[in-house]
Write a protein that binds this ligand. Structure first.
Ligand SMILES: NC(=O)c1ccc[n+]([C@@H]2O[C@H](COP(=O)([O-])OP(=O)(O)OC[C@H]3O[C@@H](n4cnc5c(N)ncnc54)[C@H](O)[C@@H]3O)[C@@H](O)[C@H]2O)c1
Length: 265
């Protein structure tokens, strides 16, 4: 068990990729905190974590709120005893896409609040504690949409590239304290995120008119993924386990593509 005795926080762990990360880490021995704005989903995943024999804490948290984030960190430490790993997974798709002139200020503010500012808030809340312990792992879930400069979601694309850059900034700053910070960039996964996005694409893009969300998704996989097969939340969970484990102690400031070969850099 590569995470035996560790405690991990997985934001947005109530569905999709976050659930995959929470379960992968629990299987490797970690106790898990699941702060999610949809608390009922977090509680369902908490039951799955418990069934694996781990301690777990599900709680309602809005990661765009500094007060909620601070309360989440305090409650996790009080209930689970400590925090070793922070996974910033909560996020949201943010259409509309091309032309970017159709984006509103509200589209950009929301995309940045949920995908980027949230990562700053959780890292700011937890860093003093990690510094005091001279240990800590930060894993930020970015996206291939950052390096790909996705015209389908300009605000999201820029927000996720921001996550990669912020990860590097804090990796440099915190390295001296033996704290690592890395990003994972998933490719395309058929979670609620992509189900909603595919429905939006089918409605708004004439090239996809009449297609079901699943058909839109399958076409995207076949168009952009060199492996031509679907990836799963477990693929991201496995990468997060590695970056959170002792095996990755000397890896920091990296953005790891887990995407079937979409982005090679
Ligand atoms: N699905 C994909 O193809 C894909 C690709 C690349 C990156 N990502 C990223 O992976 C992460 C997870 O996405 P997913 O596909 O599992 O999506 P999802 O919609 O299934 O899950 C997102 C989770 O985040 C939670 N969340 C949203 N806003 C929140 C907030 N303000 N406070 C707390 N929790 C909040 C949701 O309740 C949900 O549980 C996101 O950061 C997303 O941008 C997804």
């Amino acid at each position: 068990m590569r995470l035996a005795g560790k405690v991990a926080v997985v934001t947005g762990g109530g569905s999709g990729i976050g659930r995959g990360i929470a379960l992968a880490m629990a299987r490797e021995g970690a106790d898990i905190a699941i702060p999610d704005i949809q608390v009922l989903n977090a509680e369902k995943v908490a039951d799955e974590v418990k069934a694996l024999g781990r301690k777990v804490l599900a709680m309602k948290t809005d990661v765009t709120s500094a007060a909620d984030v601070k309360a989440m960190v305090d409650r996790t430490r009080d209930t689970l005893g400590k925090i070793d790993i922070l996974v910033n997974n909560a996020g949201m798709a943010a259409p509309p896409g091309m032309p970017f002139m159709n984006n509103t200020e509200e589209d950009w503010d929301r995309a940045f609040a949920v995908n980027t500012k949230s990562v700053f808030l959780t890292c700011r809340a937890i860093a003093p504690y990690f510094i005091e312990r001279k240990a800590g792992r930060i894993v930020n879930i970015a996206s291939i949409a950052g390096p790909l400069a996705a015209t389908t979601m300009p605000a999201y694309s820029v927000a996720k590239q921001g996550v990669i850059t912020f990860t590097r900034v804090i990796a440099k700053e915190l390295a001296v304290h033996r704290i690592t910070a890395n990003a994972i960039c998933p490719g395309v996964l058929y979670t609620e995120f992509w189900q909603k996005l595919a429905a939006h694409i089918a409605e708004t893009n004439p090239a996809f008119k009449g297609m079901t969300p699943r058909q839109v998704f399958d076409k995207r996989v076949s168009d952009i993924v060199p492996m031509k097969c679907e990836q799963t939340p477990e693929d991201i969970g496995n990468a997060a386990v590695f970056l959170g484990s002792d095996e990755a102690r000397y890896i920091t400031g990296q953005a790891l593509m887990v995407d079937g070969g979409c982005v090679m850099w």
